[in-house]
Design a protein. Sequence first.
Length: 255
Amino acid sequence: MGIVNVTPDSFSDGGRFLDASDAIAQGLRLREEGADLVDVGGESTRPGAAAVPVEEELRRVLPVVEALAKEGIAVSIDTMKPEVMRRAIDAGCAVVNDVYGFRAEGAMEAVARAGVGVVAMHMQGTPGTMQKEPRYDDVVAEVTQFLLERAHALEAAGVARARIVLDPGFGFGKTVDHNKQLFRALPQLASHGYPVLAGVSRKKMIGDFTGRPAAERTAGSVAAALLAVQNGASIVRVHDVKETVDAINVWMELK
Ligand code: 9MG
């Protein structure tokens, strides 16, 4: 899954693709580089980010979703808002990626009958507050329980089991130690039978391990994506598609 942020304030590529034509060009480039899915987001979810009004989010993402879908690209919409989900589905998106795990009122109904794929992610708190003081007694058990509960709620709302992807939400209300524990537990999470998505690309955790700023975290991010796949992730959400695809292809040939 390649990332297209149509936002002025993403931590890793803030403002580069705010213009719709730049965002569309980036989506096409990511497909050429080997992305199977392009994730389009119009509201930053970086720690401390402020919420964006629904009309502004729609203005940012809809032309991009529509243009990429028309090109035959499988588009996923990164949003927490049911109205954005509905309009993006009408515009042709194939997957809804909700970092809030479909907890907003009307979110499950927005996807239930549409026949789209869904990514339900775990987040403690909200983007505005989540990194203030993340706390768990047992992060792996609590995140797993939350995700299975969301999956069952989605199924009860009418989403086919085969369309549900689970995501532990690296960096979303987690310390580096929480992230490490969750990363090592990916095989356990995958064992429940739902595909697992891992998103670690250019995140603070990679910066903590390498000492590098976001723009210089490609090698660290590729290493983490590769390890996530080895640990059972079916989808990796990445900025650096070409490098990640190369690494995975080499590993597949040599393993
Ligand atoms: C939007 N977004 C930012 N980071 C993410 C992650 O780790 N997973 C998913 N599903 N979405 C993310």
